[in-house]
Design a protein around this ligand. Structure first.
Ligand code: ZN
Length: 449
């Protein structure tokens, strides 16, 4: 039975509405429309329905709203259901109520964010206590973005010069260690969207800012601190290098696809990531680039053949995956390639090169040992036991290398910062690779025995 809510008081019109909507116990309409029409000057159903809607509102109890369980409003017979069912859409009043609720939720969410931003803004951290991976990213970001922007408002899109691909993944490490805060209330673009009743972030619209350095007795330049930091945690550095290498490979791939107008499926499978992972533990980044390049070109020629048996969507990831596997199993020759012009070295790559001598040409099987060597090569006063030996080595190196004024200036700056004589000495020795230089020359020249 269709539920009717009459909008007219005219008896004849009430009867007419009942005749149109009346159903028997099996759910069939009792009277055919061509028995009801013509009515007045209305001949067709299309002419009749607008008139009928002014006489009564009709609700079908066989179709219920999934939220409130109420009967669903219907405007014609074809919109009704002969059997009980739950509608896939909500009724109008539920939609209106929800939209009001969402508006209130949004106001509340914005107020919470503004409050959180206020608390975050007051925070500060000691950069010396950051883990090595966060410190490397922080140094890279400081090299790429000016202080004015960095401490006030920067966005993911500003980080392209830090790392070419998946910048959010690297920023997430800084957020995790509270070195960077999200300041969504500052965003001019819409930072939130509603998903299933929950407000989520558009990461590209979120405004970030760097948490200032604190926790030192002496005023220290945070950039100087990070530039001169002694790195110790090899496993964190290795993990970060792998993430960086993956992002370099992905950027190369996306760039290649864009240049050749090849659509890249947005859903990249874990299997492909695993294959890339294996490859960068064996080959250099530049060698993986050549494998990707071959795969992209071969995919393109296969697509040009227009073979109906080919699944165009998954062809490219499959070919890349298979080439990487073949290379890892040494069934495919892998060449080196130079860094493409449209794929510049970013500041994270710069830092890896300067601090750990790693770059796109470092063989995947070597990066782990190189990092270990670099870390164990950092000199401490304890290793020497005698600051006198340390000083002697420093002066010998300055004479041999001809960079005395530069080293002394850096040494004086360290003392000025108040870090103490031995530590200042260790820093310059570490920064100018004095120990390494000393040992090499010592052996070559037979000097300073
Ligand atoms: Zn409802």
């Amino acid at each position: 039975m269709i539920i009717l809510e009459f909008l007219t008081k005219d008896e004849n019109e009430i009867v007419l509405a009942k005749r149109y909507w009346s159903r028997d116990e099996k759910g069939k309409f009792r009277e055919r429309v061509d028995k009801i029409l013509p009515y007045k000057n209305m001949i067709t159903v299309h002419q009749f329905l607008p008139f009928l809607s002014k006489l009564a509102r009709a609700y079908d109890p066989n179709q219920t709203c999934p939220r409130c369980g109420g009967a669903f409003p219907v405007h014609c017979r074809t919109a009704t259901s002969a059997y009980p069912c739950i509608s896939i859409i909500k009724c109008i009043s539920c939609i209106q109520n929800l939209s009001e609720k969402h508006k209130k939720d949004e106001v509340r969410a914005k107020a919470q964010i503004a409050n959180k931003d206020k608390v975050n803004r007051a925070a500060s951290i000691n950069y010396n206590l950051l883990p090595d991976d966060a410190a490397i990213i922080l140094l890279s970001i400081m090299r790429a973005i000016n202080d004015e922007k960095l401490y006030k408002n920067f966005r993911i899109d500003d980080c392209h010069t830090v790392v070419n691909y998946s910048q959010a993944k690297f920023i997430a490490i800084l957020i995790e260690h509270q070195a960077v805060i999200e300041e969504s209330s500052k965003s001019k673009l819409k930072p939130l969207y509603l998903n299933d009743g929950e407000f989520l972030h558009y990461s590209h619209n979120v405004v970030y800012s760097l948490v200032p350095h604190s926790g030192s007795k002496f005023p220290e330049d945070p950039f100087f601190l990070l530039e001169n930091r002694v790195y110790k945690n090899s496993s964190l550095i290795k993990d970060l290098w792998v993430e960086y290498a993956l992002s370099e490979c992905m950027y190369f791939l996306v760039n290649k696809c864009n240049a050749l107008k090849l659509t890249w499926p947005t859903d990249i499978s874990d299997i492909l990531f695993n294959a890339l992972h294996l490859a960068i533990h064996k080959y250099s980044i530049s060698q993986v680039w050549t494998l990707i390049e071959q795969a992209v070109h071969d995919t393109l020629s296969m697509l040009e053949k227009d073979d109906a048996h080919i699944d165009k969507e998954t062809l490219l990831p499959k070919i890349i995956q298979s080439y990487l596997r073949q290379a890892v199993d040494e069934k495919r020759v892998v060449n080196n390639s130079a860094r493409p012009k449209n794929h510049p070295l970013e500041t994270l790559g710069e830092v890896f090169y300067e601090k750990f001598s790693l770059d796109e040409n470092t063989a995947g099987i070597n990066f782990s040992n190189i990092i270990e060597e670099k870390i164990s090569g950092h000199i401490t006063a304890h290793d020497f036991q005698d600051a006198g030996i340390l000083t002697k080595k420093l002066f010998c190196s300055m004479v041999m290398n001809g960079n005395g004024p530069e080293i002394l200036h850096s040494f004086a700056k360290n003392i000025e910062k108040g870090i103490g004589f031995e530590k200042a000495l260790c820093r310059v020795i570490s920064d100018y690779s004095v120990e390494k230089y000393f040992c090499e020359k010592n052996t070559q020249l037979g000097m300073f025995e």
